[in-house]
Design a binder for this molecule. Structure first.
Ligand SMILES: Nc1ncnc2c1ncn2[C@@H]1O[C@H](COP(=O)(O)OP(=O)(O)OP(=O)(O)O)[C@@H](O)[C@H]1O
Length: 623
């Protein structure tokens, strides 16, 4: 009888790094309503540059294991990034290839492709058969190849070869191999045999139409190719190599995808598992983590024996060049480049004087007094700033108000300086900043129709003055200056949140007050919902000393913002499900600004919140 042997990698326990490739999808004008042109482009076979959000005349350069530009063919991607790891699978080692990136950036195209342009999956399977054929002739091993195909949808493991099956469990055997009992495993004898099973199973994958992609993948699709080789002679040693080919669901910003209801829930699960994946890749690549957080999502748990350890892994990060993907691209690049050398362009900054609207103007806009105030009046405080920032805000498609800009600058510095540190807090900050930016951008759009044309100096004064410091022969990457863009620039300066005398916290509240979707109540003055029961729910608060109450609230907020699942579950009325929802919310939106934000978590009504507060504060006081 065949004996199973544990597969070791020459006794070397060192965790291998995840190789990172980036693929840029061709520019598509249909994704660029404002005709702004691309905001990212390749430099050479390993690096690319993206326009700096702080100043469109600058760019930031990233370097990866490989970069595949817009022109790269499916075959080139396969040959450079995937083929080199396949031979290991025949030697009983594990490997994984996964496509990561924003929705609509080309993951499915890269992994699956089309009959005319087959992607990584068909090419890799063909290659495995080819390699096995080559091996058989001279070595004393018999090979058998099998496949399983599953999707992780809303944190459920579903068998795509057996549609309609239930959520499958993920287990680990004593040799630390990951198993999925009940998952269909089919032996395949040729590539056409594979196709016969794979193509109909692919149609079982959960997809749906979102604003950004008509056929957006709503699940992570995972193809497992297992190669088992058995020694022909006694004692018939057997080795199993696993190859995971993964088409991840897109990382999403729900404001842009227009997701609601079920799509929003799917998106929460998608983003949560991608966040965990980013932590796992980060831990593996930094080499400093004591514990790689594989168990925090089904996706990473399933890939545990094929990602890190002695496995060979490649992440292909897909990005799109259009401006509307800018922040998704930026985030994806920062994720992908975490363990890479991020080269920050050393710019000689020229100060460009940009006339800014007075602070009052923004208020006038907010209060509906119209934009008739003197457009030449300047904000004294803003003028004292470096000038560089003024130029930035004008040039950069009005991405952010100063407070957010400051925050992003700090964040960017942090990202560049903390290689090797745990970056989950940085990622949280990124999520928070993105949220703020989105809110600001929405606000801007509201005022778009009212905004007066301000000064053309904002962009024109600076756009020709800076020269790219990149040592490449290509022309500087600059945004096309469409009419629409100009008007957006001008909105940058009428951004109502540039009220410099407000503290950041106050500014945030201002945004939220204007926001349609955020219910806001001043902290410490939580108004109870209507109804008898609620009246009694609130009366207990008035019996407590204010400072005691405030202290308890702070403690609860602290746990909500930094507690692990276990710590969250330590709170009254928070079970496993709610703790996970809170964690998920936090990962998507960043920290809770105040306790009342909790009502934004799925299933937390105001009534429940009220009762949650009472239970927790009273229990903390031992009442
Ligand atoms: N390199 C490429 N060359 C040509 N077309 C491409 C390329 N990459 C992507 N596309 C096209 O762009 C569109 C979106 O790509 P795709 O569906 O692969 O994105 P995705 O990242 O898988 O999106 P989602 O996460 O929503 O599933 C498709 O029409 C696809 O054919």
């Amino acid at each position: 009888m065949a004996q199973r042997v544990a597969v070791a990698d020459g006794g070397n326990k060192k965790t291998t790094r995840v190789r990172v490739a980036v693929r840029l999808r061709p520019y598509m004008s249909k994704h660029d309503e404002k005709s702004e042109g691309p905001c990212v482009r390749g430099l050479d076979s390993q690096s690319l540059e993206i326009i700096n959000w702080r100043n469109a005349t600058e760019s930031v350069k990233y370097q990866f294991d490989s970069f595949h530009g817009e022109e790269t063919t499916q075959q080139e991607v396969f040959l450079t990034s995937v083929k080199p790891i396949l031979s290991h699978v025949l030697n009983g080692q594990n490997a994984s290839v996964f496509a990561y990136g924003p929705t609509g950036a080309g993951k499915t195209h890269t992994m699956l492709g089309s009959p005319e342009q087959p992607g990584v999956i068909p090419q890799a399977v063909r290659e495995v058969f080819h390699l096995v054929k080559g091996k058989k002739e001279d070595e004393g091993w018999d090979y058998s190849i099998g496949m399983s195909y599953l999707e992780i949808y809303n944190e459920k493991v579903l068998d795509l070869l057996s549609p309609g099956s239930q959520d499958l469990p993920i287990r680990e055997d004593k040799d630390k191999n990951i198993l999925i009992p009940g998952l269909t495993h089919t032996t395949i004898s040729s590539f056409s045999d594979f196709d016969k099973h794979f193509i109909p199973a692919s149609l079982n994958r959960t997809t749906a139409s979102t604003k950004l992609n008509q056929r957006s993948s709503r699940s992570h699709a995972i193809l497992l190719i297992k190669v088992v080789r058995t020694r022909r002679t006694f004692p018939h040693r057997q080795q199993t190599g696993k190859l995971y080919l993964v088409d991840l669901a897109g990382s999403e910003d729900n404001r842009r995808t227009g997701n609601q209801g079920i799509r929003l829930k799917e998106s929460g699960a998608i983003n949560l598992s991608l966040f965990t994946l980013s932590k796992v890749v980060d831990s593996l690549n930094s080499g400093t983590a004591i514990r790689v957080p594989y168990r925090d999502s089904k996706l990473t748990r399933l890939l545990q024996d094929s990602l890190g350890g002695s496995a060979h892994s490649v992440m292909i990060t897909n990005i799109a060049p259009e401006y509307k993907y800018y922040f998704d691209t930026f985030t994806a690049l920062n994720f992908a480049a975490k363990s890479k050398l991020i080269v920050n362009k050393p710019f000689t900054r020229e100060t460009v004087a940009v006339p800014m609207l007075p602070v009052k103007r923004a208020r006038d806009e907010l209060e509906g007094r119209g934009p008739d105030a003197d457009p030449q009046r300047k904000r004294p405080k803003e003028e004292k700033r470096s000038g560089q920032e003024d130029a930035s805000s004008a040039n950069c498609n009005s991405l952010a108000a100063p407070s957010v800009m400051d925050r992003l600058i700090a964040l960017e510095k942090l990202m560049m300086s903390c290689q090797g540190k745990d970056r989950s807090s940085v990622l949280n900050d990124v999520a928070q900043s993105r949220k703020e930016i989105q809110e600001l951008k929405e606000k801007q759009r509201e005022f778009e129709s009212k905004a007066l044309l301000l000064s053309r100096l904002a962009g024109e004064g600076s756009s020709g003055k800076h020269e790219s410091d990149f040592k490449n022969s290509t022309a500087p990457l600059q945004k096309k200056q469409s009419n629409t863009l100009r008007s957006i620039r001008q909105q940058a300066v009428v951004q109502p949140l540039q009220v410099s005398q407000l503290q950041p916290q106050q500014q945030l509240i201002t945004v939220k007050k204007q926001s349609v979707c955020v219910k806001k109540k001043p902290s410490n003055q939580f108004e109870p919902p209507d109804g008898k029961e609620n009246m009694s729910e609130s009366s207990w608060e008035s019996k407590l000393d204010n400072s005691v109450l405030e202290q308890s609230r702070k403690k609860i907020l602290h746990i909500l913002n930094s507690g692990s699942i276990k710590e969250l579950k330590g709170l009254q009325q928070i079970g496993d499900k709610k703790a996970k929802l809170i964690l998920g919310w936090r990962e998507l939106h960043g920290n809770f600004t105040e306790l009342e934000d909790l009502v934004r978590v799925e299933g937390m009504t105001e009534k429940r919140f009220s009762s949650f507060m009472k239970a927790n504060i009273l229990s903390a006081l031992g009442k």
